[in-house]
Design a protein. Structure first.
Length: 188
């Protein structure tokens, strides 16, 4: 069993609930994949071709999560509720690109919360835990990439002190469709 990193009670207009935040293990791949697929299909509806979103499966993403969790250069912290299982996660580690110093810059590679749990403070808590971990590891800056069309994510990160830093790239994972991303950064 993995020990909790943090625990919290969240109060929302729909009542309160408790979550445990802990490092993900291989036993969590189905839950991680479910959160990712549900988040993508909801958040990116109308922003990414329906054929791509419709082709995403929990089985496919679970295979990718096995690979990610076996990769020692990243860490994944998840939010878990007793009655709901995995409800969100953040994956972070070394910066992947070559334009910033890798020994000083960490990157949030993925932050997703199941749509049923949006706007309840879980994403904020996961981000705060990633920031704390990166500070302890000696990083001086934390960056992340956000789709230009994802205005709600941009506002979320800005509310946590991240700012556009001028970095722009195109993600080519979807054939014949350009995913333009902008980089946000925060000094630690």
């Amino acid at each position: 069993m993995t020990l909790p990193i943090s625990q919290g009670t969240f109060n929302t207009h729909m009542g309160s609930f408790s979550s445990v935040f802990r490092e993900a293990t291989l036993d969590d791949v189905a839950g991680l994949a479910e959160v990712q697929v549900s988040s993508w299909k909801t958040a990116y509806q109308g922003k990414i071709p329906p054929s791509y979103l419709g082709g995403m499966t929990v089985v496919q993403e679970a295979k990718e999560w096995i690979r990610i969790l076996q990769n020692s250069t990243t860490k994944t912290i998840l939010a878990q509720q007793t009655d709901k299982g995995v409800v969100g996660f953040v994956n972070f580690g070394n910066y992947r690109d070559d334009d910033l110093p890798k020994d000083e810059v960490a990157e949030i590679r993925a932050l997703y919360v199941h749509p049923e749990h949006w706007r309840k403070g879980i994403g904020k808590k996961l981000t705060e835990l990633a920031i704390q971990d990166c500070k302890k590891s000696g990083y001086k800056q934390l960056v992340l990439w956000v789709l230009d069309s994802n205005e709600s994510a941009q506002l979320f990160y800005q509310s946590l002190g991240f700012q556009l830093d001028g970095g722009v790239k195109t993600d080519g994972r979807i054939p014949d469709f350009e995913l333009r991303e902008s980089r946000f950064s925060k000094r630690l």
